[in-house]
Structures are given as C-alpha cells and as structure tokens.
Design a protein around this ligand. Structure first.
Ligand SMILES: Cc1ncc(C[n+]2csc(CCOP(=O)(O)OP(=O)(O)O)c2C)c(N)n1
Ligand SMILES: CC(=O)[C@@H](O)[C@H](O)COP(=O)(O)O
Ligand SMILES: [Mg+2]
Length: 615
C-alpha cells in the first residue's frame, strides 16, 4: 500500500508517477470505506483526488497554504497530511471534522463549511505574506458551485486589481449539490465544448513531452496565443486574472506539469480544471446529487438509504399544495433544493421556483423584490446559511415590513456537520429585528397551519424547524391556528415547562405523568403569548430551546416577565456560550443539558423531585 508510506505531503515527492496513480486509487478506496461507515461528502471528495495529490506534489504544505472552499471535498488532503490513521473517526464525536479546520492540522489553511470564503481568505493571506516579506504560495481550490457566491466574485474583483501572486484552481464539475446554476456555469460548459482544443492540447503535450519535458509549458503559451488570435477572450479577463484551461482534472501527470509551470508565474492565475463529481465510484458518478452527502451505505452493494419522512419533506409537500391555493406564492432556495425538500415543488411549480445559486443574500433580496411587486415569496433556507443574509433580512425585508416568509430548516444542533452548521443563532439574530415574527411548529400539521397563516399575516415571518424526521400530515388538511397563542399540552400544579420547537418532545418525556409539572407548546416566540405567560407567572417556570441561551427564547421570556413586573422562579435550558463540535444530535443535546434528562435535573434543582425520589 503506497498510502502506508505517506505520512506527510513531503512523501509524495518521492513517489513515481505509477505510485502516485496507485495512491489515488488507494485514497479513493479509503474515502469510500470510511464514508460508507460514517456518512459524509463522498462525491465531492472522490472528484478532487487527483487535483489534491497534484497540488501536494507540486507545492510545499504547510509552508505553502492550500485552501479548500467549503472544505467538504478535502478528504484526500486529510489522508496525505498525517491524518490517515484517524480518518476512520471522520465526522464522529471527538474525531476528525468533515471539513478543513485550522485547529485540526497545520495543513488546514482555513476553517470552513460555508461556501465562497476561500478567495477572500486567499486575498488576505497574500497581502499579509507580501507585507511581511514572505514568499510562500497561496492556492485556493474553489468549486463551480461556490463560485456562484457573491463574496467569491467580489474577492476576484479585488484579487485582479491588486495583482498579487496566487493560484486559484476552479474545480468545475458542473455540479453544486444539485446541478449548478448561473451564467458563468453556462459559459464554462461552452468552454469545455471545445473538446477538439483539449484533445489537440493533450496530443501536443504528449509529443512535446517526448522531445523534452521543458517544452511542456510551450503548450500553455501556444494556447494563450491561440486564444488571443481566436479572440476567445480569457473569461476572467475582466477580473484581471491569467486564465489557464480548461484542463483535465483527473490527469494527474498533466496536472503536475501544468502546476509546475504555473507555480513560477507571478500575479493571480486561475487554473480551470474539469472534474467529474463522484469520479471512480459508479453510483456516485451516476447520481452525484444523492451521493453528495450520503448517510452510511454498503460499499460493496451501494444503495440509496431510504431516509424517514423529514421536516424538509413536510415543508416541501405543504408548499407544493399551498401553491395551488395561493397563485402569488413563490419559493426560492440558495442552492439547497434537495436539502430543503423542494424537489417535488420544483417539478410541479417550475415557474414559481428559483435556485439562485450559493448566495443567500441574493435569495432574500430577490424575495424582497418579488414582495414589492405583489408576490408572496417563501425563502427556504438553513438556519446556518441564513447568517449570510442578515442585513438583507433587515434592510431589504423588515424595514418595509414586506411579506416574506423564511422557512428556516436545520434550526438547532445538526450533528455531524458540526460548529459551522449548527443552526443555533437565528432566534437571537432575528428577534431583535422589528416587524419580524418567529414561530416553531410542534409537528407537520402545525407547520402547515403556520405556513398558510404566515402568507396572510403579512410582514417577515420566520418559521423554524429542525434537522429531523416528523410524522407525515395528511394532504389537503389545513388546520386553523390562533396566531401568537401558545398551547397547554399538560396541566401542572407547581411548575410549567415552556418548550420552543424540537425540545417539546423532551419536555413531555421529562414531565411524564407528574401532576406537578405542566408543559406548554410555546410555539410563538415573537410575538410571545404574554397573556398565557402572565397566567403562568404564579408557577415555577422552566424554558427549554435548541438554541444559544444568549438572546434565545428563554431571554425573551425573562424580558417579558420583567416588563409585566412578575418575578417567578425561572430556569433557562439552552446551549451554553461555546461552539459545539460534530457529534450525534442526541449526544450533543445531552451535553448541552436540553434533553429530557437535563430537564429532569433542572426540575430537581427547582425542588420538584420525581415521586420515587420523594418516597
Ligand atoms: C453559504 C453556504 N451555502 C450553502 C452551502 C451548502 N453546500 C455545501 S457544498 C455545496 C455545493 C458546492 O458546490 P461546489 O463548490 O461546486 O463543490 P462540489 O461539491 O461540486 O465539489 C453547497 C450548496 C454551504 N456549504 N455554504
Ligand atoms: C457541505 C454542506 O454545507 C452541505 O452538504 C451540508 O452538509 C448539507 O447538510 P444536510 O446534510 O443537513 O443537508
Ligand atoms: Mg461543483
């Protein structure tokens, strides 16, 4: 096994081309083996194997800084940078992160998980490097999907102007999670259509290679000259970049030669590599969407695992029906069609569906534009990714109190994706914004009721729900809901648990049949149900939420009690002021003390010992 001999990128330099090719295959097998047991970003990582090996062959990490945008495609990078013995712990609690992470390795240049940051990171690093008189290389690998993000394009604009030496590798597989979108993506396809150019180039390199490897760079120069003659402007000309490509992103030998050549060039260069997402694993090549992030699977007989009915699907089914009832409804997603449960909706209502690409800011402000002109837009968006559109939510939606519904998926701890993805800030960052209303349904029926009502109440409405399964609600059923009113699910004589969203299940479990402890589905956070809160203020109160404690649901309850001059005993169960790494959701909830056990413990501390303890 060649991989056994690779303990650092240094070791790659001693390998022959045959050994490098063998190493690529061994790495592919290891990625498949571990992703099969742990789940993870399989297709993206399989597609980047040759590229990553070529980069580590040519550059000198950690002296040279290799940046991976999103960081989900970097499994090969982890395997050749001293982490192969821990690779089996990928995305497991206490194990390796599923993305690159500065605190995990000196070879990880940036901590990522959210897309489109690598170019601004690289810009900053080249400025620091030059200011400090240092001379290392900065290389940023960015996918065609991540390049649809506005901050990537804005960074390109600055990179081209400053002209600092850096290499940008565009890993173009024509896929985001879904098929990629955007005008640039269409242009890249055209660039690749000139297959005869690529074939001629490959032949030219092979011929020159036999004459002298030194002539290899001649092909690049000949190509650049040809493009100028053909007036095939460098697609990144406007951004002041040197463009090279498209080249075959799986041709390890060709990549090494091209990178060797580009390494010597000054100024910013963009190397356009064409890869196949899922390369080397038939099922992933055939369906890179499902195999973008599969749960565990049988590597010998890989089959799609039928996941249970999720909140995302409940949302997708509800809006698909709702669109028949409300002709002004329009649903937008920032490149998360599958994750947000919108495949069915996009097929049934293509004229009222829009995937804007990986640009949450554009999704929200496009929705604002639609609302200004009479539509009723719903932005389907993960809590963590909504962080990218906070000003748009305030500046473009809330100030004019526009009727935009935010269907916030993955609200709360999400599990294996870890700190970059837990949706645990949205309550705090939204509830301070005037005009925003915030709700969390207890089940799919309540989700349907809230979505329908949200389209009527007007103004910005955030409805948040977790990464979890949920019992399917019957089609065609649209229950009424008293907007802004909580729901007592269990009476109590001494205390009430006020649960917001997913933690309601834990509250019911903890209260059991103890007559002293009541449970409230506190499904509206803004507006709070102050009338019911006032009536409960004579009991001990325990709030529980799957969100940071600071600025969360519990804070809102405390503020309201203070406002009404009530001083009951109140305990807040929420996430402490720290980041939670990757792990299973139940385990992370247990660590945070917001599960049934945590609630029981808090009740005991409030003097409500379970009956068996009192006997
Ligand atoms: C800001 C943000 N929005 C959405 C996502 C979800 N997401 C993760 S990977 C991905 C697609 C990335 O496509 P690309 O950059 O082309 O990489 P590939 O998987 O094709 O290698 C998306 C949308 C994210 N990570 N960050
Ligand atoms: C890398 C990335 O951001 C997405 O692939 C994300 O991991 C999807 O999360 P879900 O698996 O919760 O849809
Ligand atoms: Mg891609």
């Amino acid at each position: 096994m060649v991989l056994n001999r690779v303990n650092s990128p240094e070791d790659l330099k001693a390998l022959s081309l045959e050994e490098l090719l063998q190493l690529a295959e061994e790495i592919r097998s290891e990625i498949i083996r571990v992703t099969a047991q742990n789940g993870g970003h399989l297709a993206s990582s399989l597609g980047a194997v040759e590229l990553i090996l070529a980069l580590h062959r040519v550059f000198e990490s950690p002296r040279d800084r290799l940046l991976f945008d999103v960081g989900h495609q970097a499994y090969a990078h982890k395997l050749v940078t001293g982490r192969k013995d821990r690779f089996h712990t990928l995305r497991q609690e206490g194990g390796l992160s599923g993305f690159t992470k500065v605190s995990e390795s000196e070879h990880d240049a940036i901590t990522v998980g959210h897309a489109s940051t690598s170019l601004a990171h690289a810009l900053g690093m080249t400025i620091a490097r030059d200011l400090r008189g240092e001379s290392y290389h900065v290389v940023a690998v960015i996918g065609d999907g991540a390049l649809t993000g506005g901050m990537a394009l804005a960074a390109l604009n600055k990179i081209g102007e400053l002209g600092k030496r850096m290499l940008i590798v565009l890993n173009d597989n024509e896929m985001s999670i879904s098929e990629n979108v955007g005008a640039l993506n269409k242009y890249f396809k055209e660039l690749q259509i000139r297959k005869w150019v690529q074939d001629a180039e490959k032949l030219g390199r092979q011929i020159l290679e036999h004459i002298s490897p030194k002539l290899f760079g001649l092909v690049d120069r000949a190509k650049e000259a040809a493009k100028l003659l053909l007036h095939q402007e460098n697609p990144f000309y406007a951004w002041g970049l040197r463009y090279v490509g498209p080249v075959d992103g799986h041709d390890l030998k060709g990549l090494v030669h091209t990178l060797e050549h580009l390494k010597e060039l000054d100024g910013p260069t963009l190397l356009h590599v064409v890869t196949q997402k899922g390369k080397g694993y038939k099922v992933a090549e055939a369906d890179p969407i499902y195999w973008h992030g599969p749960p565990g699977f049988n590597p010998e007989r890989p089959e799609k695992v039928a996941k249970g009915y999720s909140w995302s699907q409940a949302f997708g089914d509800a809006v698909t029906e709702l669109a028949h009832l409300e002709p002004r409804l329009f649903v937008l997603t920032p490149a998360m069609r599958e994750g947000s449960g919108l495949v069915r909706y996009s097929l049934e209502h293509p004229e009222r569906y829009l995937d804007v690409g990986i640009c949450e800011d554009v999704a929200v402000t496009t929705a604002a534009g639609m609302a200004l002109r009479g539509l009723k837009p719903i932005v389907a968006i993960y809590s963590t990714f909504l962080q990218r559109a906070y000003d748009q939510a305030i500046h473009d939606v809330a100030i004019e109190n526009l009727p935009v519904v935010f269907a916030i998926d993955r609200a709360g701890i999400v599990g294996a994706d870890g700190a970059t993805h837990h949706g645990v800030f949205d309550i705090a960052y939204l509830r301070t914004v005037p005009n925003f209303q915030i709700a969390a349904p207890k089940d799919a029926l309540e989700l349907r009721a809230m979505l329908r009502k949200a389209l009527e109440v007007g103004g910005p409405v955030a409805i948040r729900y977790p990464r979890d399964n949920v019992e399917r609600a019957p089609e065609g059923v649209w229950p009424e809901i008293e907007w802004g009113r909580w729901e007592v699910l269990k009476e109590g004589t001494e205390a009430y648990i006020l649960a917001f969203g997913k933690t309601l299940r834990y509250a019911l479990e903890a209260a059991g049949n103890d007559p002293r402890v009541g449970v409230v589905n506190a499904r509206f956070l803004k507006p709070l149900d102050k009338e019911m809160l006032r009536s409960l203020a004579r009991y001990k109160l325990l709030t529980v939420e799957d969100h940071q404690g600071m600025g969360g649901f519990g804070s809102a309850v405390l503020e309201a009690l203070n406002e009404m001059g009530s001083r009951p005993e109140v305990r807040i169960l929420a996430l402490p002021d720290r980041f939670f790494e990757h792990g299973t959701i139940p385990s992370l909830h247990r660590q945070a003390g917001i599960d049934a056990e945590g609630i029981r413990k808090a009740l005991r501390e409030m003097g409500l010992h379970p009956a068996y303890e009192r006997a």
